[in-house]
Design a binder for this molecule. Structure first.
Ligand code: PHE
Length: 481
């Protein structure tokens, strides 16, 4: 007899876990800046439309396929349409590679949590308060072994949670972590609102910046919003599909997809309200990516606020970022773990979750070595231990994708495999097997009639694939442009 895979303990537990996966670094260092720099309110409007049309559709597709076949992406695609099993492998591989840089970033976040915690009682003696933001970050990311230790701790924490199982580990953790994140985020938003000059931050986020719209054009704003939405909702890595495979039949799939997409978007906007007003209040330049999270915001707490209060707010802020990152990292890890367990279960072997979670965690430690040792692009030239891809391949005219190993992994996944994978899923559901393949699953929930089937049919057939092509082109041009 095959071993039982287990299920989520409750619907709210599942929602918190899925929102935990969606809410991550993307919400905090991507969304606020992209929104502000891409026309403000207009960006938000486009983002909302895309999330409603494409995000919910792809999410619904993943949850339905997962629940229908009760397996991760490889097993699900194999049963849905054997020729497309490769889409399942795409997503498992993407997830693994993403984990290999995401958890390195998680390690850096942990360093800042520990640093600010230590500074609360004696800010004047703490490096994190006295060093310049650029130096603190630069020194740490080039530090090699000590950076690797923080990353390994972050990874070990993820392994411990995931080895506890879906209900006993992930759900139990996210049920505490997500409410904690909400409380911390609100605390930061409220405190930041009291700062002089905060209003400029709200204006940056929410104002309609006609000059930016004119300069960038709606097309480019749409491309930015689409890429962001995609990563932010954890789509196309088989993660939502995997989470869906642990759902019981009573779960209403359409409703849950809408809730997850809505919650992720709300948190992204809230993150903006925590971050941007603080950046503007201290006269700093807003930016995106690691620079925003580790340099600009560090300066907000260490120099702008300063002293005990700066250390305390820094601790709270990086604490919430840590929660956001680890609830995402466990979801990616679960994708790989489910993949292995499904194979073993099919073969009638003992699934052995604990052992395989540790093994996969160890593989991530291995794959992440280049990411953790090239100083996030500083390279040997900049004092790091390992060469960047550009240095290694001797590419003079440095393009974004080979600047650092993180970008190199990112371009393979976020740049190519993920948009292609999601595009493939829409084509398979929309054109090859037909919407009925998921409609029957959605209606397997007692009392549910899928009145929106016609609408989703159009989304799967036309709207989502069109947007995904845009994302693919945009990613490729931005990475290789
Ligand atoms: N959605 C997460 C974020 O916004 C990132 C993520 C991507 C998590 C893919 C899991 C899978 O940061």
């Amino acid at each position: 007899m095959k071993e039982h895979r287990g299920n989520w303990g409750s619907n709210i537990g599942f929602i918190l876990a899925a929102v935990g996966s969606a809410v991550g670094l993307g919400n905090i260092w991507g969304f606020p800046y992209k929104m502000g720099a891409s026309g403000g309110g207009i960006f938000l409007l486009i983002y909302l439309i895309l999330a409603a049309l494409v995000g919910v559709t792809v999410l619904l597709g993943e949850l339905s396929l997962g629940r229908k076949y009760q397996m991760g992406p490889v097993g699900a695609y194999r049963q849905l349409c054997r020729k497309f099993t490769f889409l399942g492998y795409f997503s498992v591989f993407s997830g693994f590679l993403i984990m290999s840089f995401y958890s390195v970033l998680g390690g850096i976040v942990l360093k800042y949590v520990v640093g600010f915690a230590g500074a609360i009682f004696n800010p004047q003696d703490a490096d994190i308060m006295t060093m310049s933001s650029g130096d603190y970050f630069g020194t740490f990311v080039c530090a090699g072994p000590s950076m690797y230790v923080f990353f390994a701790i972050f990874m070990a924490a993820s392994v411990i949670i995931v080895s506890g199982g879906v209900a006993g580990g992930i759900e139990r953790f996210t049920k505490i972590a997500m409410p904690a994140l909400a409380v911390l985020l609100i605390a930061v938003i409220v405190y930041v609102a009291t700062l002089d000059g905060a209003a400029d931050g709200y204006r940056f986020m929410f104002g309609i910046h006609t000059d930016a719209i004119r300069e960038l054009g709606i097309w480019s704003i749409t491309k930015t919003a689409a890429g962001q939405m995609f990563f932010s909702l954890s789509l196309a890595m088989g993660i939502m599909l995997t989470y869906g495979s642990y759902l019981p039949k009573e779960t209403k799939l359409v409703k849950n997809s809408v809730i997850i997409a809505t919650a992720d978007t709300i948190v992204a906007v809230m993150a903006g309200m925590a971050v941007m007003p603080a950046v503007f209040a201290f006269g700093l330049e807003p930016g995106g990516g690691p620079g925003l999270l580790f340099v600009t915001l560090h300066s907000v707490f260490a120099d702008g606020m300063g002293g005990e209060i700066g250390a305390l707010m820094g601790f709270i802020f990086y604490g919430l970022v840590f929660i956001a990152a680890i609830t995402s990292s466990i979801s990616i890890l679960e994708g790989s773990v489910t993949f292995v367990m499904d194979i073993r279960r099919e073969k009638g072997m003992k699934m052995n979750r604990g052992r395989f979670t540790v093994i996969i965690g160890a593989l991530v430690l291995l794959f992440a070595i280049p990411v953790a040792f090239d100083g996030l692009g500083s390279g040997v030239g900049g004092g790091a231990i390992m060469k960047t891809p550009a240095e290694l391949f001797g590419i003079e005219n440095v393009k974004v994708w080979c600047d650092c190993w993180l970008d190199f992994y990112d371009v393979i996944t976020e740049g190519i495999l993920m948009p292609l994978g999601a595009f493939g899923m829409c084509i398979v559901i929309g054109w090859i097997v037909g919407i009925d393949s998921i409609k029957t699953e959605i209606e397997a929930t007692p009392g549910v009639k899928m009145n929106s089937a016609k609408w989703f049919d159009i989304c799967f057939k036309v709207i989502a694939p069109a947007v995904l092509i845009i994302v693919l082109i945009a990613q490729i041009t931005s990475f290789f442009g």
